[in-house]
Design a protein around this ligand. Structure first.
Ligand code: TRP
Length: 452
């Protein structure tokens, strides 16, 4: 099973993906102030989200980074990422948004100029109406932040064509610009940890499940750059292992002939023990020759703290010191015609710049889970799971869980007819759109601030 982030083919079996790729299920009861997307299981899976929540609890900084390809009109689906960024921001995180113009250029056949136009006119102007705090939000273009390209290059040393082929199904015909785009995305994801962009801290990447291949690639490359590995120990406790790499031979006490410089090795081990102490642990025993340090009084739940201290040390010694990114995954709303949502087929989605009339028309002719006749519907009831009007209330327009539950119940029982369901959706969508356009117009002055 492969996920192709560029194919827009929709994911069928979410559970299977979690099992296959080791995603964890989001438990929204453990989240502070969960949004409707969390409460309804739309944001359903994650990697290492605990790292973010722990930082927040301890009052330490954390960041959010996500991105969008500016390859067409902005639609409702795109809004989900910004809603999540705002939620993290309200919890204390800083926000960085990537305009993936290089990726769109490489994979969608658009010129960089066209991407820029879409990005500003469609995306950033609409973000202004979505409640992000301009003082804690930065939006940038991939083509204008050379550091993300440079980091992609550096991280690229930790992967190869076979892995790219295994993850993405790239082949001999794939252009090299396309091959590079996931590396630039990896650069996007790690760069907020650079000192110039906020320094070492956990970064969470909220994305659609189709983006997980990029997260997997990035996490893999990042962990391969780490100088100190934090592992669980079979006899209980944790073990730190030195990771010898081209760029740390001297620090790690490796001699030109491949032997070990004992003095230098002991020095680095002492430093590691210092970092372990800083993390709050003291029962350590080391085997300098094997480059291993066991910690008796630490357990798996202390892993993030240990990593943080060791990455700080790595930075002091000259390494990159990057933490693996955390991520969360959301499901996609069905397209309005019942198939996939796709920006190249306007009838399948609601664009944020659609007129009210267009929106009404799209909802009224949307795919429904109702029965063929009103009589049959009253008898058998409708199916909200495939009903576009219901699903759009659930994903986008009805924030009140009780109200949503009521609508669902009445639809299932047959009390609420398809036309009525659509009317509720039209009303709620109009309300939302009206409000959004007002906020957007009021806040256009923020566009400049976001892009600073
Ligand atoms: N690939 C993403 C998309 O197709 C855009 C993107 C680029 C991105 N860089 C990112 C998303 C970093 C999340 C994080 O929309």
């Amino acid at each position: 099973m492969k996920i192709d982030p560029w194919a827009n083919e929709g994911v069928q079996n979410y559970k299977e993906i979690c099992d296959k790729f080791g995603l964890e299920i989001v438990d929204h009861t453990k989240l502070p102030n969960p949004t409707h997307l969390h409460r309804r299981g739309i944001i359903f899976a994650h990697r290492d989200l605990d790292n973010i929540l722990e930082s927040r609890k301890a009052g330490r900084p954390f960041g959010v980074l996500s991105g969008l390809m500016p390859s067409g009109q902005i639609h409702l689906g795109h809004k989900m990422v910004i809603d999540q960024a705002r939620w993290y921001q309200e919890l204390g995180g800083d926000v960085t948004i990537t305009v993936a113009d290089l990726e769109a250029h490489a994979t969608r056949g658009l010129s960089l100029e066209a991407c820029r136009k879409y990005a500003i006119e469609e995306y950033v102007t609409n973000y202004a109406g979505m409640g992000l705090d301009p003082d804690k939000t930065s939006i940038y273009f991939q083509s204008e932040r050379p550091i993300v390209q440079k980091l992609g290059f550096t991280l690229g040393k930790k992967t190869n064509l076979s892995e790219m082929e295994a993850i993405y199904g790239f082949s001999g015909e794939t252009t090299l610009a396309h091959v590079q785009s996931p590396l630039v995305q990896a650069g996007d994801i790690v760069h907020p940890q650079m000192d110039e962009y906020g320094g070492l801290r956990p970064i969470v990447v909220p994305v659609g499940i189709d983006q997980d291949p990029h997260i997997r690639l990035t996490r893999g490359m990042v962990s391969k750059t780490n100088w100190f590995n934090v592992n669980t120990n079979k006899s209980g406790g944790m073990t730190i292992g030195l990771s010898i790499q081209d760029n740390n031979l001297e620090v790690m006490g490796i001699l030109a002939n491949g032997g070990i410089d004992d003095k230098q090795r002991n020095k680095v081990i002492d430093k590691v023990i210092g970092a372990i102490n800083k993390a709050g642990f003291s029962q350590v025993s080391s085997n300098p020759k094997h480059g291993k340090i066991d910690i008796k009084d630490a357990s798996v739940s202390d892993r993030n703290e240990l990593r943080y201290q060791l990455l700080s040390l790595e930075r002091k010694l000259g390494g990159l010191g990057f933490m693996q990114p955390s991520s969360t995954y959301h499901q996609f709303a069905i397209g309005m015609t019942g198939g996939k949502m796709s920006s190249s087929q306007p009838e399948t989605t609601m664009f944020l710049n659609d007129s009210m009339k267009t929106i009404e028309k799209k909802i009224k002719s949307s795919f429904s889970g109702g029965q063929a006749t009103a009589e049959e519907h009253r008898k058998k009831g409708g199916n909200p799971d495939v009903d576009v009007a219901y699903q759009y209330l659930r994903y986008f327009f009805e924030d009140d869980d009780k109200e949503l539950e009521r609508i669902r119940g009445e639809y299932v029982s047959g009390e609420l007819l398809t036309g009525q369901m659509k009317a509720i959706c039209v009303e709620k969508a109009s309300e939302w759109m009206k409000n959004h356009h007002e906020l957007k117009d009021q806040n256009q002055h923020l566009v400049k601030k976001f892009l600073k």
